[in-house]
Design a protein around this ligand. Sequence first.
Ligand SMILES: *Cc1c(COP(=O)(O)O)cnc(C)c1O
Length: 431
Amino acid sequence: MKFYSTNKKSPAVDLEEAIMNGLAPDGGLYMPEAIPKLTNDFFNRASSLSFQDIAFEVGKNFFMPVIPENVLRIMVQESFNFDVPIVKLDKHLHVLELFHGPTCAFKDFAARFMARLFGFFAERAQKEITILVATSGDTGSAVAHGFLNVIGVKVIILYPSGKVSPLQEKQLTGMGENITALEIQGTFDDCQKLAKQAFLDRELRQKINLASANSINVARLLPQSFYYVYLCAQLNDKKLPIVVSVPSGNFGNLTAGVIAKKMGSPIAKFVAATNSNDVVPKYLRTGNFRPIPSVSTISNAMDVGNPSNFARMLDLYANDVEKMRTDIFGISFSDVATRGAILDVFQKYRYIMDPHGAVAYLGLQDFLNKSKGYSGIFLETAHPAKFFEEVENVIKESVSMPDRLKSYLEREKRAFLLKNEFSELKNFLLQ
Ligand SMILES: *Cc1c(COP(=O)(O)O)cnc(C)c1O
């Protein structure tokens, strides 16, 4: 399988180059040259397959033969060693819980699998790879955990000093081993700018094998398609057409869903649910895409004003907003509505949503109110305990914290404090 750039000005490359480059040289995002079709035979037996079996069957179309069959088996066994439950709230209303991984956010799926891909390439080439990642919180912790002790790979995390939650900071800085945290005296945008500068610096590129774990990497995109196939296999309520609501920020998650649909998964419709950062719902309404500076909300992992995977969505629908509308319904919600949904669902079903899942729930309800006869499922992308201050304020009850989150709080913070200056980062990387 080759991977082409959405800008179509760089040549197609193989899996290793697509993953090591991150972004294509022409500034485009890599896409698989063909989207494999899963067979009817596969879907007939899929309901009896485990998540790992499904990940293997789907993944081999993209990753074999570059990744040998036995290696891919081990990769999916190790990456997806946690539950992926579907919870029924009502007759035609379900939740796919994607937060049972080690850091309690759905980013574990992609980060754990990507870490093993990088590990494979580091070993095969007998070289050390340094992953540089800027984070506003969740990505960094999933990456830190996913890459922990992967041989041949070092991870450097840049995070903005004082701008991540205390729990997130422990998740970023408490890992040790091959994970190093740099606390930057600046904002998230500054961290991102520093990382970009490093990728452009010729001396650094010559001396270090730098790679990016950020959401544009195709190694992060593809593993996210696995759980859409799995949900279609496992959902009991399939007589009606399926609509899946996805809480979206950079739109990697939704893009992976569209890829799963193109592989043949029986998903009739997607809801692109956002917070006030609503450039994609606006695009679906008006046909105009206008990036904005991001606005802060309580579903902060979706505070994105210029979604990086939008280029892939355009590519999948051949730049045709009409075509995109056939598959995707877009809608945005305020923080007030999000809090209201958390309370409603808690009172009605005793189910506790986090703010991101709540946005997806609202999007689904809006769609189902307008269109009858669907089986609805929304994605819950984070454990509510990750956002316990906000959630407890709304439901007036305490949210119990899973042991794996509690254990982070006992870790010791270890980070290097750096000024927001490229020379500081460069010296650090070269030493
Ligand atoms: C990153 C994140 C999202 C947004 O996912 P995208 O793929 O960027 O659209 C949603 N919810 C949570 C909890 C996240 O961490």
